[in-house]
Design a protein. Structure first.
Length: 42
């Protein structure tokens, strides 16, 4: 039963990294195509 926790942690970390990469790629694409008005200023 305790073996499933580290696996769940690794999967959650991978999913988070994937989401971060997708957002970073989209923001870079918006920069390159001069669509900065679509980005929300932080």
């Amino acid at each position: 039963m305790m073996d499933s926790f580290p696996q769940a942690l690794i999967i959650a970390f991978r999913e988070g990294m994937e989401a971060f990469l997708i957002i970073a790629i989209l923001l870079k694409f918006l920069d390159k195509t001069n669509n900065r008005n679509l980005k929300k200023s932080a």
